[in-house]
Design a protein around this ligand. Structure first.
Ligand SMILES: [Mn+2]
Length: 452
């Protein structure tokens, strides 16, 4: 190929990457085998004086794609249902146990790792066995390992429930004693105690949380990609907003965008609250007809390769904020930006609040009681795990989400970004969705408005 022709090809590729979003965004990539092997090795170093046991998710939730238990996926990368993990830190051995499928099961669901001749090579496990051998292996190795068993004694988290939230929902379910049933996790602990009464049971969760809270290089790449595609989702939702349309049509625009770019779904039920619904913080029915003059509050994020994103934006259906909406919006935006300015390693919640107070004073704005501070962690779970953040550290990921809600005026405003703490500040992963008033209004003006 001559040089001129080659330049032409390069120019085409560069332009194509700009024009064609799938090329510049990247798709679902997963993680390297080495990433999971590193995590297992790191955990074995922390729980060196015993055995480690973890159980995988048993089956998909009705109507949903299979989503592995977060802790189990974090350590294995395995998405077969009904699996178990046994690690022997003293030997640096990690055994995976996978159910033997019936021929019908294999036909319906596809074969699992147990019958894959490359399984060990693909995953880096010491051995992969039938799950029915699990108890025998545990019994055999416990005696040699000093009879200490690390397992999950704290609750598990889910895609959108933090560990403590799992406890809250269990308590709510148990308000009626007919619904009062121990969780599958607790059932496993009871069974293990019944089988091995002489063993000392210790919680593995603090060790896992200390690891999960600091994101690895591979996780950060996934989070950046998810930031881009989820931001594009919210932008498309803004462009799909029109008077007379429905909230679910706004949700659909965001979902179509993230699914097209490799997300496995939403990180939590998307919130699209218009008018009065903008004041219901976790509104998710999304079935109201949107009216001219309404605000739309959308809280949305995709989940990509087991990493969540959490973004909120609020915009006027008409395309222009009313003076009253604008006044509240400006205050929320200044607080959010002041928090982002303050986020860097070593900073505490009180430091962030102090900075927010200074900025508001300088700008002559009344923060109306909202002080900012440190938001919730984001990661494998939308409300991710981790010890309480006394001071921010590099590699942590947070959602910052100031909001104001005035139901009597149908004004609910929340502005939320997901940020990564970097060496000397923070990187706004969801930065591609506009939030400045003029940028929001400019984007909305691109709509082909069909007003009734
Ligand atoms: Mn949030």
């Amino acid at each position: 190929m001559n040089k001129k022709r080659w330049h032409g090809v390069m120019l085409f590729l560069v332009l194509a990457a700009f024009i064609h979003p799938t090329l510049s965004f990247g798709q679902r990539t997963g993680y390297s085998k080495e990433e999971f092997m590193r995590r297992r090795a790191a955990l074995m170093e922390k729980a060196a004086d015993g055995l480690i046991v973890l159980f995988g998710a048993t089956s998909p939730l009705p109507g949903a794609h299979f989503h592995q238990d977060n802790d189990f996926y974090y350590l294995t990368g395995v998405e077969d249902s009904g699996a178990a993990l046994l690690m022997i830190p003293r030997m640096k051995h990690a055994y995976l146990f996978v159910p033997q499928q019936t021929p019908r099961e294999a036909m319906m669901e596809g074969q699992n790792l147990l019958t894959d001749p490359q399984a060990k090579e693909k995953t880096g496990f010491t051995e992969i066995h039938n799950v029915s051998f699990f108890e025998e292996y545990l019994g055999r190795t416990l005696a040699r390992a000093g009879s200490t068993l690390y397992l999950r004694l704290s609750p598990g988290d889910t895609l959108d429930n933090a560990r403590y939230e799992t406890l809250i929902f269990t308590a709510r379910r148990s308000r009626l004693h007919f619904n009062d049933q121990v969780s599958l996790d607790n059932h496993r602990v009871i069974k293990l105690r019944e089988r091995f009464p002489g063993v000392e049971f210790r919680d593995i969760v603090p060790f896992i949380d200390a690891m999960r809270v600091i994101k690895s290089a591979e996780e950060i790449e996934v989070l950046r990609r998810n930031g881009r595609i989820s931001a594009e989702g919210v932008k498309q939702a803004m462009l799909a907003t029109r008077p007379g349309g429905y909230e679910y049509q706004i949700e659909a625009a965001a979902m179509a965008t993230v699914l097209k770019h490799g997300a496995t779904g939403a990180a939590y039920p998307p919130i699209v609250g218009s008018g009065p619904n903008s004041c219901v913080l976790h509104y998710e029915k999304n079935d109201r007809q949107v009216e001219d003059g309404d605000l739309v509050l959308m809280d949305f994020g995709g989940v990509l390769d087991y990493m969540c994103m959490d973004i909120s934006r609020t915009w006027p259906v008409s395309g222009k904020f009313s003076p009253e909406q604008r006044e509240v919006y400006e205050i929320a935006l200044e607080i959010e930006k002041a928090c982002i300015e303050a986020y860097r390693p070593g900073v505490s919640s009180a430091d962030v609040q102090k900075h927010v107070a200074e900025v508001m004073k300088k700008k002559g704005l009344d923060p109306r009681g909202e002080r900012g501070g440190i938001g919730h962690y984001v990661g494998m779970c939308t409300h991710d795990v981790g010890p309480r953040a006394e001071k921010l550290q590099e590699g942590m990921v947070f959602a910052i989400e100031p909001g104001f809600y005035y139901p009597e005026k149908n004004i609910g405003i929340r502005i939320e970004d997901t940020v990564l703490i970097t060496k000397d500040g923070c990187e706004v992963l969801s930065k591609d969705v506009p939030k400045e008033i003029d940028e929001v209004e400019k984007l909305l003006s691109r709509r082909a408005m069909k007003t009734k």
